[in-house]
Structure formats: C-alpha cells, structure tokens
Design a protein. Sequence first.
Length: 360
Amino acid sequence: MGRVYNFSAGPAVLPEEVLKEAAAEMLDYNGTGMSVMEMSHRSKAYQEIIETAEKDLRDLMNIPDNYKVLFLQGGASQQFAMIPMNLMKNKVADYIITGQWAKKAFKEAQIYGKARAIASSEDKTFSYIPDCSDLDIDEDADYVYICENNTIYGTKFKTLPNTKGKTLVADVSSCFLSEPVDVSKYGVIYGGVQKNIGPAGVVIVIIREDLITEDTLEGTPTMLKYKIHADNNSLYNTPPAYGIYICGKVFKWLKKMGGLEVMKERNEKKAKVLYDYLDQSKLFKGTVVKEDRSLMNVPFVTGDADLDAKFVKEAKAAGFENLKGHRTVGGMRASIYNAMPLEGVEKLVAFMKKFEEENQ
C-alpha cells in the first residue's frame, strides 16, 4: 500500500520529509541513544528542542517580543474555558458566531460571565462571514472572539473585525501558518496543531504579555492559568513532548520552503485548482460565498445524498481518503493544508471530472 492523498480535516496530512526524519530519529535522537518519546522534558536535549521550536515559530510569524508563546495540552477546546477564566475581568465578552467551534466557545464562555453573540451567519448554515465593520460591541467587553477559519463550513475572515479597541481573540486552528499574519492585531491567537502543524495533543497559544496576570476568575485551576505556563516556559508539567518535537520539525520545513509568503502562494494555487473546477462543474458545487472561501477547507456537494456517498466510496477506492463532509453538513470536504501537494489537488480534480462524466 502506497501513501494515500489524505484530505482529512484533522488530524491531517504532514510533510513526508518530516515523517521520514522523525522515523530515522525514532530510536536515537541526535546521539542521545534514546527516542524523544523516552526523553525527560527536563533534559538538556529536550530543552533545546522546545527552545528551537519556539524560536523558529517566532521567526516564521514575526511574533513581537511582548508576546509569549505557550505549548499547551487540552486542544483548542480547552481554550474555550481558559480564555474567559483568564481574560474576563469585567465578566463580559463578545462572540462572532461563524461555525460550530465559535458556537461551542461561546457556550463555554456563558458559564463564566455575560457572553454575547454580536454577529452570526447561522441563518445561512454558516456559508458566509457576517459584516464585522461596525459591530455592537459592549463597552465593558473584555475581548471580542472569532474562529478565523471554519474547518467544517469552509469560510475564512479575510478582514479582521473592527473590535473598536477591544482585545481580539482568535482561534486559528485550521489556518495556522498557512499565510503571513500580523500578530500585533490580536491579544490572543491560538490553535490546535493537528490540522496544519503536527500531531494531535498540542495547542499553541500566542498571547500578549499584558493579558497574562494573576487576576483570574475565582476557582480557576492552576493548570488553566496562562501565568503558570508563561512563568515556566511551557514546562510547568510534562508537556506533550513528542508532539512539540514534530511541530518543531514542521517549522523548520516551512522555513526551508520559503516561509509563510511562499505557503500562501502555494495554498492559493491549490485552492484555485479546486474552486475553478467547482465553479464550472454541472454536478458538484461549492457551498460558500466566493468572497469568504477558505484556502484550507473546501466543502462541496452534488445535491443528492446517495450520489455524495457513492463519490466518497469511489474516491476512497482510488486513494483519496477522508473526503466525507462533517456529520453536521454532509456532502464532501477536501482539506488542503500546507502539506497537501498541488499534485494531490490536481489528481482529485481529475477524479471528480471522471466521476462527473460517469454520473451525468
């Protein structure tokens, strides 16, 4: 069995050369005589791994010096609670609801204070990004929250909301490192790594230092305080050590490829191949308004559930894995993250054309 084209939304495709490097180092990392999986997180060898990973990420994203980089556990979903616990000083936060994950974060925040949904695209099954140029932002809001790229629905904020001076918090799990980003526009930018960066089990939080304080909500567990992790350089407890090691390798790969400008060009090229075909196809159609389309997640349908199922089945047999859409929307979805080669998208489109001819 050769490697398939893996269009999974996450855990997702990783660069092949990173996997080969990790395989070569599995039994003996850098002359230590042991695997990174076996290594103490307090060892000199591991200290170098985590410090280099952070440095490379800072280089890639041009992260300003007044931001901390934290490698944490619990995935993006744990941040749904951690953010209000650490940032809700006035017990008020405004949320923009553009999909399932923003909705879940919003519901979680309601446990801790007055969370308000100030814009939503649920009226049209999250197929667009609402106008966020003049929002009704609460004067007391501690932050404004978005999920920047919506994995399930395939939408992306092309312009950040006008937060009227309030701190912007963004979940970027499915667009992390896919294009250049101005970190200084955010108070917190975070994401689970299992879509575009590494294996499941790590969440990276990039947070402005003034937001890291002792002043958290009463009852906040020690493990859920940003200050604890910031003060201990992500080593307060045993971190997801092997996952961070793989992330570090992906950061090196991204730098070698030319950085985030180059990744954006590559991603735009790949997405264009697929969207151009969907726009002229008589069988398949995309589900997102053109101006809000994601470069990472491309949902599409035939309009016939049986035909959708047939397509997914035949695609799998042809070596195209994980094209079934999320259970909440059905249809199909191709996730074309950084590590998906252009060739994979071209071959998928060729297969879709053939399927269309055979199923007129």
